[in-house]
Write a protein that binds this ligand. Sequence first.
Ligand code: GDD
Ligand code: MG
Length: 337
Amino acid sequence: MRAIVLVGGFGTRLRPLTMTRPKQMLPVLDRPMIEWVIERLVDAGVEEVVLSLGYLPDAFRQAYPDQKCAGAALRYAVESSPLDTAGAIRFAAAEAGLGADNEPFLVVNGDVIADLDLPALLALHRDAGAEATIALTRVEDPSRYGVVPIDDAGRVEAFIEKPAPEAAPSHWINAGAYVLEPTVVDRIPPDRRVSIERETFPQLVAARSLFARQDDAYWIDAGTPATYLQVQLDLLSRVSGMQANHVAATAAVAPTATVARSVVMDGAHVAPQAFVAGSVLLPGAEVCKGARVVSSIVGAGARIGTGADLDELCVVGDGVTVPDDLVLRARRLPDED
Ligand code: GDD
Ligand code: MG
């Protein structure tokens, strides 16, 4: 089985961390986000992954020079300008010869970490004779996602990308994992930006050939500060219980420091009497004496000055120094969370 993983977006919601690396190369606990995504595809029987790249493609090439990642063979399809999700799929399929064998293939968003039942998705796709089949997950606020009402047979009745909060007809949303027949690729106009969510899926709804499967498994889109933090705390508590930390072997935490439910990556340093809770410290980050870092993300090599106090989802850029005793609270608009 082959899969396309979409990783070409700019990751704007995770700036400034994504100014220097693509979102999917941000570390999640001990390895880049992309490896968590590909690992799950491999578990479902995927052997070859085509990375659909645009923004900062060299980050992937450098990280996986032998073109192997998490047990899959890698191919790279690099767009010269962003083609949006469907344009990217058409381009990647052509580059890698996907669909030439008339077999369906998988497509996933590269920022979704989930335990979706992909074999069951493939089975529904086959049984329904679908042209495309979407995995769905249930969320509280569907307005930030593609909302997908279905009938009893699983046929998609509408695909509404990012509706106004009151307008969403369902809490079941596009989980960012699809099975596509090669005929879907033929429907995508070449050489321009095309959104699968706004153009291709509505077209398939009209053709009555789009199906979807509701899945209750763990699911998160790690593409915002809140969810990039949350996914790591979720994985942490799953591996080692609610109060556990993930402290890399090369990190240093002073005996008089407190670190709770947090991730301390390679070479990061927490000084005496510092307090770190519900937070992620990227590689080489430094929390100085008596500083307090709560529910926040500290970039690689950043330095939180003595006595500084960060809370409420601060995101500190790589290499930034937060002055001593400064108090910072992030104020975000709802769609920025
Ligand atoms: N190659 C390429 N080219 N990749 C792209 C491009 C592009 O022009 N634009 C976006 N991507 C990639 C991103 O890197 C990401 O992995 C994926 O496509 C989805 O883009 P996001 O920017 O993360 O979209 P979203 O989270 O707002 O919404 C999408 O995901 C939701 C689920 O998490 C949509 O598919 C929604 O319908 C869906 O509910
Ligand atoms: Mg996303």
